[in-house]
Design a binder for this molecule. Structure first.
Ligand SMILES: Cc1cc2nc3c(=O)[nH]c(=O)nc-3n(C[C@H](O)[C@H](O)[C@H](O)COP(=O)(O)O)c2cc1C
Length: 406
């Protein structure tokens, strides 16, 4: 057979070209290549000193809790329904009475300006843009009032470590109330700090000290160091005026003498929505229901406190069965893909909290990196829901998911 040949034409070649003319807009090629949260993690690792990356990445002791959480999500099997005519997907979810764009809350994390010089400001700005809730930590490096001034828009929660010393606790509550934070997260899995061996081995101090080892590392991460040294020093900003060093404050923050009675006191004092984070048994979930809190987070603190704790995704169905719909249930730890979020929601979670995923984004590229994290989760959720034949996140049910044995 013969075909009639023609002279190649520019209009038919152009669409086939895999390159474009260079532009002079500043582009972050590393970030453009990111497709998944693990890609974002790899980019983060390249852009900050190893001791900082390890501080984020690590857990307590043998890091068994982290491995088990990851394993639990890998055992998720979806049971899709076909021919359901899903042409668009609604990811929005009601969290404490208000809709958010998707069932993901940005978890409280301390020392955030160590990961990137814009720290909490960058995270809150991205969260506001994406219509997601952001929880500021008591150990934040930006105060509730500074954050509220910098990003007045967007929904914010404040995470509290409760002290028996009522005056100190009242001070935090007032900062949250006066600056428009609309819920408190009380973290209860920290009677003492977990044993994080990576930090001990790396000799990590806060603020980071310039030792011979860090000096050598500076040469490889000049941008991170330049930003650290030319911006205001790291501080626990909610504790400004306490006249103590960062090290002394870190020890002070955890109070092992706190009991259930203190939670009841806090409810009265605060008067607004209260979420208790760090619940690891059905029995404690029932105690919280008795107290009448608005939500609980099934969490082992991302494996950073007690190692070999319970695994939130596995605990979720039992807790849901025991407490019913009266209280919102969230889970966290190793949620690393849109599919992980959907599995948690299907098994009864109102939403998940993510810590490391947005910190990877922050370390990789500041606010743009946090935006990327949200985009990755959103695209993965939309795609998986369409494949599952479910058009509203609220319609996910336990029947859509099975946790395989292995
Ligand atoms: C670097 C880092 C700092 C954290 N700081 C706090 C904190 O100050 N208060 C708190 O309640 N939880 C803190 N957490 C725990 C998170 O709120 C959350 O429970 C955990 O990160 C969830 O696991 P994931 O990081 O795998 O998503 C921290 C976690 C990380 C990674």
């Amino acid at each position: 057979m013969s075909v009639r040949r023609q002279f190649p034409r520019w209009s038919s070649i152009k669409p086939l070209l895999g390159w474009s003319w260079p532009t002079f807009r500043k582009r972050d090629r590393g970030l453009e290549k990111v497709l998944t949260i693990p890609d974002l993690r790899e980019l983060a690792k390249k852009r900050v000193p190893l001791s900082v990356f390890d501080y984020v990445e690590g857990g307590a002791l043998q890091e068994i809790s982290i491995m088990r959480s990851k394993d639990s999500f890998q055992r998720v099997e979806f049971h899709p329904r076909v021919l359901r005519g899903v042409t668009s997907v609604d990811l929005s979810r009601e969290v404490l009475g208000k809709r958010t764009s998707m069932p993901i809350i940005l978890a409280p994390t301390g020392y955030t300006r160590m990961m990137h010089y814009l720290g909490e400001y960058a995270v809150a700005a991205s969260a506001a843009k994406q219509d997601m809730v952001y929880a500021l930590s008591t150990m934040g490096t930006c105060s509730p009032s500074d954050l509220a001034t910098a990003t007045p828009e967007g929904r914010k929660w404040f995470q509290l470590y409760l002290w028996q010393n009522r005056d100190q606790s009242r001070d935090f509550i007032a900062q949250a109330r006066d600056n428009g934070f609309d819920a408190l997260i009380l973290t209860v899995d920290t009677p003492v700090s977990g044993q994080r061996l990576r930090d001990t081995r790396n000799g990590l101090t806060v603020p980071p000290k310039i030792t011979m080892k860090t000096f050598l590392n500076m040469a490889t991460k000049p941008r991170w160091w330049a930003n650290l040294l030319t911006t205001p020093p790291l501080e626990f900003a909610a504790m400004r005026g306490y006249d103590k060093s960062l090290f002394e404050l870190a020890k002070l923050i955890f109070d092992p003498s706190v009991t259930l009675k203190d939670v009841a006191w806090l409810q009265k004092e605060w008067g607004g929505p209260l979420i208790v984070k760090g619940i690891q048994t059905v029995e404690d979930a029932l105690e919280m229901k008795k107290l009448g809190v608005q939500g609980i987070v099934l969490s082992n603190h991302g494996g950073r406190q007690m190692d070999r704790g319970t695994t939130p995704l596995e605990l979720l169905p039992e807790v849901k069965k025991a407490v019913g719909d009266e209280m919102e249930i969230y889970i966290d730890g190793s949620v690393l893909s849109g599919g992980d979020v959907l599995a948690a929601v299907a098994l009864g979670a109102t939403a998940v909290l993510v810590g490391r995923p947005y910190l990877y984004g922050l370390m990789a590229a500041g606010e743009a990196g946090v935006d990327k994290m949200a985009d990755v989760f959103r695209e993965e959720m939309e795609n998986t829901m369409t494949l599952m034949g479910v058009d509203k996140i609220d319609d996910l049910r336990p029947e859509h998911v099975r946790l395989r044995e292995h």
